[in-house]
Design a protein around this ligand. Structure first.
Ligand code: ZN
Length: 148
């Protein structure tokens, strides 16, 4: 188990140091902003949705390692998926890190590296910020997200 935990931390650190899709999307048709006052994380998510598919996704912002890595992993996970699949991933990811009764087995692929966040309640909001913001962008909500 500890080897797995080390591997997870390596992946998180890599995504923090080299965040994927860390840029604004020119011609984005949906944009949403999020803020986690508990930690000070801010994020802006850019989406381009074509025929119900997340054709492109990017983000900008300033946050801690967990929020940055989570945003990076989120963009990789939803790119090329349908809007419905992206929303389903959001639900499953949220359950994985917030529901103590949630079984340890998920089908979330790489996103599972963040499952350890469950043990640190103050970090849960860091990990879910990008997803809440994505959710608002998908729904086309203009109001900024706050995790509070
Ligand atoms: Zn944070």
């Amino acid at each position: 188990m500890s080897d797995l935990r080390d591997l997870y931390q390596e992946v998180i650190f890599d995504h923090y140091k080299h965040p994927r899709n860390f840029h604004r999307i020119e011609g984005a048709d949906r944009v949403a902003e999020g803020y986690n006052p508990l930690c000070g994380d801010t994020i802006k998510v850019f989406l381009k949705v074509e025929n119900g598919i997340v054709a492109d996704v990017g983000f900008e912002g300033c946050g801690c390692a967990i929020s940055t890595a989570s945003a990076s992993l989120m963009t990789e996970a939803v790119k090329g998926r349908t809007v419905a699949e992206a929303e389903r991933l959001f639900g499953e990811f949220h359950a994985m890190i917030t529901d103590p009764k949630e079984p340890a087995h998920h089908d979330l692929g790489k996103l599972e590296v963040l499952c350890g966040v469950k043990e640190f309640p103050t970090r849960v909001k860091c990990a879910t910020l990008a997803w809440h913001t994505l959710h608002n962008a998908l729904e086309g909500k203009a109001e900024p997200v706050s995790t509070e």
